[in-house]
Ligand binder design. Sequence first.
Ligand SMILES: *Cc1c(COP(=O)(O)O)cnc(C)c1O
Length: 397
Amino acid sequence: MTEIFKGNFTQQEPIPDEGIEAALEVMRSGRLHRYNLVGGDPGETALLEQEFAAYVGAKYALAVASGGYALATALRAMGVRHGQKVLTNAFTLAPVPGAIASVGAVPVFVGVTENLTIDLDDLVAKAGEADILMLSHMRGHLADMDRLLDICAAQGLTLIEDCAHTMGAAWKGRPSGRDGLIGCYSTQTYKHMNSGEGGFLVTDDDEIMARAVILSGSYMLYGRNGTVPPAEVFERVKYDTPNVSGRMDHLRAAILRPQLRVLDRQCEAWNARYRVVEDGLRGTPGLTVVERPEAEQYVGSSIQFLLLDWSTEAVNDVLSRCKGRGVELKWFGGSEPSGFTSRYDSWRYAPSERMPVSDRILRGIVDMRLPLTFSLEDCAQIARIIRAEVGAVYQSG
Ligand SMILES: *Cc1c(COP(=O)(O)O)cnc(C)c1O
């Protein structure tokens, strides 16, 4: 009997009823804009900012229109200039180099290891080229953050963290996004909280936050934000910080607040699914499981494995056999970017020298989403299917 998986890899859970109710309330009020407030009501967006800042333990949080907007705002708030180089991961998604390019800066790509984290030796080698590292915790894999911070300190690099896949994750108990000067998160549908589009920027720095708030489009109503730096800091920056609108509205904030309250539980549910798939894949001939370090508290909202040194035909064969059995895998090694997959060489606006060691790893990365609508039994079935098809192709090769 050949099993076929019937689940849908793009199906998210519904928004919690509490969020739907709160959203209806916002719509009934007609006051959707974050600064359209009445009486002493702080509004959903400011409350969400306070709650998110408390969740990650940051002094300040700013709710914005997208994760990519948060990243670009971080660079603008730091005063990044046209032509300035910014270090970032070769293994990441398009919004990261896109944010760097959006401020006229130039991405310098740093290689990837078999753990799917940034290659810290390559970082040391390239550190002299830039003052900023925009570190992407791509697919939720945290590098050795202690060594990374030592490198940043020794090389004078300021760290911005892209936590699109690490909201709720931690390194040695430190919430992801809190090791850098600025942490950026996304609440786009495929991340850990779902408002369709949305994001956060967090920092402890008064001036960065004041600039970020004004950049986001506060129309000098910044006193109404959820977490507000001292007034004199705004006085210092408000006349020379441009408005680049990218606010979050009350509707999105209303559906996010109940999700934040259950985020830790959701993260545990992802990890339970992740471990079932990981256990099912371990020991498959030709397939390398990505081992997770003890110090990393990850959120397994997706899983990756490596088919190292496989031919293009063999990888494509695995992908189409799995697809035929209902299991949708994405291959980062594909030469044409499709869906969300992309490689540093497909970002032609940011040419890079080839990185042969990283290229070998990127060519081997296979990726799969683990939506919470999958049961643990679904996950076990998915792993059986991948194991069988990888095994079949491996043996015939
Ligand atoms: C989704 C994502 C972002 C940005 O998210 P948007 O909210 O879609 O702009 C940034 N980095 C990574 C790695 C992502 O996957």
